[in-house]
Write a protein that binds this ligand. Structure first.
Ligand code: PRX
Length: 654
């Protein structure tokens, strides 16, 4: 593993020969932990404030409120201050549509677009504090809509455009949004996704929605209900040169709600604030990826997920960077579409997921050989642990052994990176598969099941000892769930719900979820949510979900299903249930296997033995069962395991 520095000398990115001592990082990290208020007060000069804060941190566990008394607007950070400076003609976004359409948007253009959009929202009666749902494909209007909400102080709630009508309505009803913004459709692998039709089905279940604002994008004609639906193009014309003064928000006012899966059957609305979130997202991007004014930055995430919120929209724009946004599938029309884009725009910072890397690995290096990727300088990874093999492939074939890989461990709830290498503070040796060291301001610890600090190299639960500016404000409308989910497992600590290990060098290894959350292509979905959805199918009496390892997706979903008396298992029914799950939740919930069984492995108290399900789904042995905390006897577990194995084999053969 070598890299070439500016003098042309070759170095090894995974040993100390290239790196200066870690001192600069260590000093900065130590200061951020010893004096967080002083540290973050210094950093906060990076934002444009309407009024300075009174207090850096108001910490009343489990609530951390940052920069109380301060006033600012998130849209101003991202747009106005660049558009009003020498940067006004700088490209903010190079947008590339799946069909090959392109748009180049400068910071001045973005200000114009955001003002017009904000004027439309105001005209439709959206006020500060109102919730606005956004269900759009990856077109520039998605970014504009988010920023326009931020500008007027409305709370956006972006819903990934792969979600079903039911999933949309769950989120809209929980957030009580009054407006939903969608498009006639979007493109995916050459096909049109009829998004407006899906929204129509959702809105029929959403009493709070007063209006549907529709972006005309694909050619097909959706149904239009004149009482509710409004074409954006019709109302934008009226607001051509509108200027909407940005709302001066409290530092702790909410900026957005983003739903994510937990261990319950219902996704929870993660609520993020204004100043702390904006500062944390932009500082962590700067520290980890070390962008410069002429960087071309590309984060491949969809804006429907937290990576898209923080590192496609808010942080790169707050830093005044030039970003690439691509609408479509990575393998359309061919598997080298992404490499074409990197070559075309001379992308220098590239941030993607292990799932994507593994998909490209599978397709071979010959696709890469056709393109010049030498513009790349730094590459990132997110969503799940990157396995060392994928890490090495990414490093060698995409980065030409010349780019550090910034493996970023974080969550929807954390707002920004928590553990990641900091190319912008100090280069230090990387270890393939490790997210390396905590970001400044982050104070993690590995705890054992009793809450004692684990020894080096011992696996335990990661916990965070101190509040950090990007931390969630709350679970929207459910403070009890906030307390219970994140702060009760280890009182006084934030519990992310991941297993982890710290090695003897102090490097962090994140080892996957410790709860009932499955990670499919880096997307979170809970077993409870899957189970809740599948019993909605008329043939299903009871079900349990489990994960099995998948070479590309990381984990895949397996459903164990007990049918109602009047139904028999068949291949057709398996297919029907798979299809049903896509309509009940969305593409992320597509099971790989549906296994018909007569009974589910349960403890005497009726709890599903998840370890048994997991072992059967993965085709592995039951392993060490002595630590089962449900008091079930080893014999009972073994019997349940054998029975389920036999049933699964029967179902697969039938
Ligand atoms: O299990 C961890 C895993 O993804 C979870 C957070 O998922 P989500 O909120 O959807 O956010 C994904 C994008 C930040 C974490 O609890 N995870 C995310 N990144 C990594 C990771 N696990 C290991 N290494 C990572 N780099």
């Amino acid at each position: 593993m070598t890299t070439i520095d500016k003098s042309g000398e070759k170095h090894n990115l995974m040993t100390n020969d290239y790196f200066w001592p870690m001192k600069r990082y260590q000093d900065m990290h130590k200061r951020s932990i010893d004096d967080p208020e002083g540290f973050w007060a210094e950093q906060a000069g990076a934002l444009a404030w309407d009024k300075p804060w009174d207090k850096v941190l108001d910490w009343k566990p489990p609530y951390g409120r940052w920069f109380t008394g301060g006033k600012l607007n998130a849209c101003v950070q991202c747009v106005d201050r660049h558009a009003m400076s020498q940067k006004s003609s700088k490209v903010a976004i190079y947008w590339e549509g799946e069909t090959g359409d392109t748009r180049t948007i400068s910071y001045a253009d973005l200000l114009h677009d955001v003002n017009r959009f904000a004027a439309v929202l105001k005209k439709l009666g959206v006020q500060k504090g109102d919730r606005v749902a956004i269900y759009l494909p990856m077109i520039p209007e998605l970014v504009t809509a988010m920023l326009a909400c931020a500008r007027i102080g409305a709370i956006h709630c972006v819903i990934f455009s792969g979600f079903s009508a039911q999933a949309i309505s769950d989120r809209v009803n929980d957030s009580n949004a009054k407006l939903i913004i969608t498009a006639s459709g979007g493109y995916r692998r050459g096909k049109i996704l009829a998004l407006k039709g899906i929204v129509d089905d959702a809105v029929a279940m959403c009493p709070s929605i007063e209006k549907v604002l529709v972006v005309k994008y694909t050619d097909h004609e959706p149904n239009i209900n004149p009482d509710k639906d409004i074409w954006l193009s019709d109302v934008l014309n009226d607001s051509d040169n509108a200027v909407v003064a940005p709302e001066s928000m409290d530092a702790t006012d909410p900026l957005f709600i983003l739903y994510t899966s937990g261990t319950t059957g219902k996704p929870k609305g993660i609520l993020h604030g204004t100043a702390g979130y904006m500062l944390y997202a932009s500082k962590t991007l700067q520290w980890a990826f070390n962008p410069s004014d002429d960087s071309i930055y590309w984060c491949t995430a969809d804006a429907g997920w937290i990576t898209g919120h923080s590192y496609l929209v808010y942080a790169p724009l707050a830093l005044g960077l030039t970003s690439v946004i691509y609408e479509g599938a990575p393998d359309y029309p061919a598997i080298d579409r992404w490499w074409q884009i990197i070559e075309k725009y001379r992308v220098s910072i590239f941030y993607t997921s292990p799932t994507a890397i593994r998909m490209f690995m599978r397709n071979g290096e010959e696709w890469l050989a056709k393109h010049d990727l030498s513009s790349l300088q730094v590459m990132g990874s997110v969503g799940e642990a990157i396995n060392p093999e994928a890490w090495r492939w990414y490093y060698k074939y995409i980065g030409y052994e010349n780019c550090p890989i910034i493996d970023t461990w974080w969550q929807t709830e954390t707002g920004g990176f928590m553990i990641a290498p900091c190319a912008g503070i100090q280069s230090y040796p990387l270890k393939p598969g490790s997210a390396t060291l905590p970001m400044p301001g982050v104070d993690p610890v590995v705890l054992d099941a009793d809450g004692n600090e684990a020894a080096p190299n011992k696996t335990g639960f990661i916990a965070i000892r101190k509040p950090w500016p990007g931390m969630l404000l709350d679970v929207y409308g459910n403070p009890d769930l906030y307390q219970k989910t994140y702060w009760s497992r280890f009182p006084g600590y934030y519990a992310p719900g991941d297993y982890s290990m710290k090695d003897a060098d102090g490097y962090w290894w994140l080892l996957g979820r410790a709860d009932e959350v499955i990670k499919v292509s880096g997307h979170r979905i809970s077993t409870a949510e899957l189970e809740h959805a599948v019993v909605g199918h008329s043939a299903v009496a009871e079900a349990a979900a489990a994960a099995k390892p998948d070479e590309v997706k990381g984990e895949a979903i397996v459903l164990f299903v007990i049918l109602r008396n009047d139904h028999v298992g068949s291949v057709e029914l398996q297919k029907e249930i798979i299809k049903y799950m896509r309509t009940a939740i969305g593409t992320v919930a597509t099971p790989d296997d549906v296994i018909f069984v007569d009974k589910l492995p349960k403890t005497r108290s009726g709890k599903i033995m998840r370890r048994v399900l997991k072992a059967v789904a993965a085709g592995t042995s039951i392993g060490d069962i002595t630590t089962l905390d449900d008091q079930t006897s080893v014999e009972e577990v073994m019997v349940a395991y054998e029975e389920l194995k036999v049933a699964a084999a029967k179902s697969n053969n039938g």
